[in-house]
Structure formats: C-alpha cells, structure tokens
Design a protein around this ligand. Structure first.
Ligand SMILES: Nc1ncnc2c1ncn2[C@@H]1O[C@H](COP(=O)(O)OP(=O)(O)OP(=O)(O)O)[C@@H](O)[C@H]1O
Length: 314
C-alpha cells in the first residue's frame, strides 16, 4: 500500500509536486500517468526516501521508507534501469546487492530465472541490450520479495515482446497481492497494463480513476451515419438533446441518440443506411485532452489550427 498525503516538493522557485494525495492499493496494477515534467519521478523519489518532501507525507506499507528496518523487503524499485556497474555480470550485480541485505544466493538465482536472464546472467551487464538491462533492473527490484513494487517508465524503449513481457509480469505480481505502481506517459500502454490510474499534470492530481471508468468517459456518444437519404433522415432525427452535424455529403454525425435508435427511425421511414458506426475517441486522445493545460513544453500551434480547434471560422 502506498499513501501520499498533501505531498509537495519545491526546488527553489520550481514546484515539481504540489499538494498531491492518493492511495495505491494492493492486488491491482496502478498506472501513474502524466506528460513530461508532471512530477512522476519526483513523487517516486519521495516515496523511496531519495528526496525529502517540502511538506506532506509519503508512506509505503504504513511507514516512510527510512523507517522500515529492512526496506528492500518492503519496497522494490526501478528508477534508472541503467544504474548498474557495467563491468559486472548480472549475477554478480544481484549477488552484491543481495549480500548487503542478507538475501540468500538462492533468491538471486530465483529472480534471474523469473526475469528470463538465465542464459546471459554470467555476461557483463555492460553488453546488455536495453531490454536485458530493464529485466536486470526489475530483477533487482524483486530481489527482496517486496510487497510493494515501484517502477519508473519500465517499458520505455522496449520492443513489443519486451512490453508484453513486462505487462504480464506486472499483472502476475499484482495477482499475488502486491502493490504495483508503475509510471508512464503513454495512456494506451497503461490501459492494457493497469486497472487503476493516478493522473498528474504540473505536479497536481488531475484524476484518480479506474481504467474502465476512464475508458467509459472517453467514449463519445457520436454515431456516424452514411445514407443516400441524408436530408430525409436528418428531418426525422429531432429531439431536445439531439444534435446532427454533417461535414461531408451523405454523412451525418449524430449525438443524443444511439445506433439502435437511429437504425429504428431509419427503418420506420424507409431510409437506406450504408453505415451506422458509434465513434470512440482513442484513450490517448482523451488523455491528451485531460492533460492539455498541464503540458509543460507545448509545441506552438499555427494560428489557423488554433482557430479551428476553438471553433472559430477561418
Ligand atoms: N533536482 C531538480 N531541480 C530542479 N527542478 C527539478 C529537479 N527535479 C525535477 N525538477 C523539475 O520538476 C518537474 C517535475 O519533474 P519530474 O522529473 O518529476 O517529472 P516527470 O513526470 O517524471 O517527467 P518525465 O516523464 O519527463 O520524467 C520538472 O519541471 C523538472 O524540471
């Protein structure tokens, strides 16, 4: 369990995290999402005692990181996958880490198998690909068999097979009852991996929601209708909450009625339909919309596009 309460971090005049409160529960993967510079890494560093909050509190399994007598058994983390001694083999890297915390050699062998590094464990970690480095970072995080696992952008730069592997691993760790908190700036990836989402922007909480709820809200209720009788159908689709727009000939975009209702009205009036499609905004679009104002370094949008986006005729 992770509990952040009114967490704030300032670096001089820069506020990286501001009054951030959330709870991460065991048993599900929780995604920590936000655009670049939103404060995800800073929050994770405070959870791990690597940064001191300016104010507020960060607890992992009921205590601050520093108050745990054996923190590696409580929380395993990967913040910087490449923070390893490149001259050492993966096996020796993990063995050295284990030795400092009284973890037996057998556990080192266990995590090497768990992350699929068995064949290369004796090779120098410096020769590892990005994916192998990520696996080694995750092996280090899991070494102490921790109840809570915190990973900062673990899928960054991985190939599809590596992404699928991490996704399945995180789900299985959560199914064992662990607390899994994983950051990303990719909504589409998190939607496939996480069950719950904490979304931040400019250091502040924007949303604390389940993936299912986020997906439901992201789905717009517009239905695209293609018909040779657009004028006739349009006249029949009236109602106080119904809006019909048309951007191209023979195509109507209808809100306020679902596809079944539109299909029935069309049938009643003998209108031929070529297409009747509910439209869904992509999760990535919904995420970008939600965090639009919180993006720190926005690309300049040409004036004409801004006008169109804001509904101004140009
Ligand atoms: N040590 C520091 N000194 C000054 N500013 C910092 C420091 N660390 C982070 N910041 C600033 O705080 C803000 C939050 O940074 P942070 O790295 O936590 O964001 P993030 O969400 O992890 O972003 P990214 O996805 O780019 O890693 C940024 O504006 C960053 O420049």
């Amino acid at each position: 369990m992770i509990e952040a309460t009114a967490l704030t971090k300032r670096y001089g005049p820069k506020t990286a995290v501001e009054d951030l409160s959330f709870t991460v529960r065991p048993g599900v993967v929780t995604g920590f999402l936000g655009p670049n510079g939103a404060g995800k890494s800073t929050t994770m560093r405070m959870l791990l005692g690597l940064d001191t909050p300016t104010s507020g509190r960060a607890l992992v399994n009921g205590k601050s990181y520093a108050d745990h007598p054996a923190p590696l058994h409580e929380v395993g983390a990967m913040l910087e996958a490449r923070a390893i001694h490149t001259g050492r083999s993966a096996f020796n890297h993990l063995l050295a880490l284990a030795a400092t915390t009284g973890i037996p050699r057998s556990r080192v062998e266990e995590v090497i198998e768990l992350v699929g590094l068995g064949d290369v464990a004796r090779k120098r970690a410096g020769s590892f690909s990005l994916g192998m480095g990520q696996r080694l970072g995750i092996a280090s995080a899991l070494l102490g068999d921790p109840a809570t696992v915190i990973l900062d952008e673990p899928v960054n730069g991985l190939d599809p097979e590596g992404i699928l592997w991490i996704r399945n691993l995180l789900k299985s760790l959560a199914a064992e009852g662990r607390t899994i908190f994983v950051s990303s700036h990719l909504m589409s990836e998190m939607a496939l991996t996480a069950e719950h989402l904490i979304i931040v922007g400019r250091g502040r909480l924007i949303a604390d929601t389940s993936v299912a709820e986020f997906t439901r809200q992201a789905s717009s209720d517009t239905v695209r209708v293609r018909t040779p009788d657009a004028g006739l159908l349009r006249a029949q689709l009236s109602g106080p909450d119904v809006t019909v727009t048309s951007a191209e000939s023979g195509v109507l975009n209808v809100t306020g009625l679902d596809s079944e209702q539109i299909g029935r009205i069309a049938a009643e009036h003998g209108v031929v339909l070529y297409e009747l499609t509910p439209q869904h905004a992509s999760l990535e679009e919904a995420f970008m919309e939600l965090t639009r104002d919180a993006v720190e370094y926005q690309a300049a949008v040409p004036a004409a596009e801004t006008a169109v986006a804001e509904g101004t005729a140009v």
